[in-house]
Design a protein around this ligand. Structure first.
Ligand SMILES: [Zn+2]
Length: 107
C-alpha cells in the first residue's frame, strides 16, 4: 500500500459529482482513483498520459472493478469525442488536481 499523508478527502469543487483526493507521502496530490490504481499495479508512478476512467460514470465509485486505465486519447474518445472538456464528466485526469489545489501532479 502506498502511504498517504492526507485523505482521502472530498473535493471542495461545487459540482454535483463528488470527487475524492489523497495527498501522497511525498506531498503530491492526486485522485483517490489513481492512488487505488497505483496500489493495484504495485507502482508509485502512473504516467500523466494514462488516465483512470470510472467505468460506470460515477466519479466517487473508486472500487477497483470500476476503474480502467486508458491512454488520454482513448479517454477523450470514451467520453465525448466531439466536445470533450477536462473534468466535465470524469474526475480522473491529473489536470483536475492542478485546478483543485495547485499541486504539481507527477503521478
Ligand atoms: Zn473517464
Amino acid at each position: 500500500m502506498i502511504a498517504i499523508k492526507n485523505g482521502p478527502y472530498k473535493s471542495k469543487n461545487s459540482s454535483s459529482n463528488e470527487r475524492w483526493f489523497v495527498v501522497l507521502d511525498n506531498g503530491i496530490g492526486t485522485t483517490r482513483a489513481r492512488w487505488i490504481m497505483m496500489n493495484f499495479l504495485h507502482t508509485n508512478y502512473i504516467p500523466r498520459r494514462l488516465h483512470v476512467h470510472h467505468i460506470n460514470g460515477v466519479p466517487s465509485d473508486d472500487r477497483i472493478e470500476n476503474l480502467e486505465l486508458l491512454l488520454n486519447s482513448d479517454h477523450t474518445k470514451k467520453h465525448n469525442p466531439k466536445n470533450y472538456r477536462y473534468g466535465v464528466s470524469c474526475s480522473d485526469d491529473p489536470i483536475i488536481n492542478l485546478i483543485y489545489d495547485g499541486r504539481k501532479d507527477n503521478v
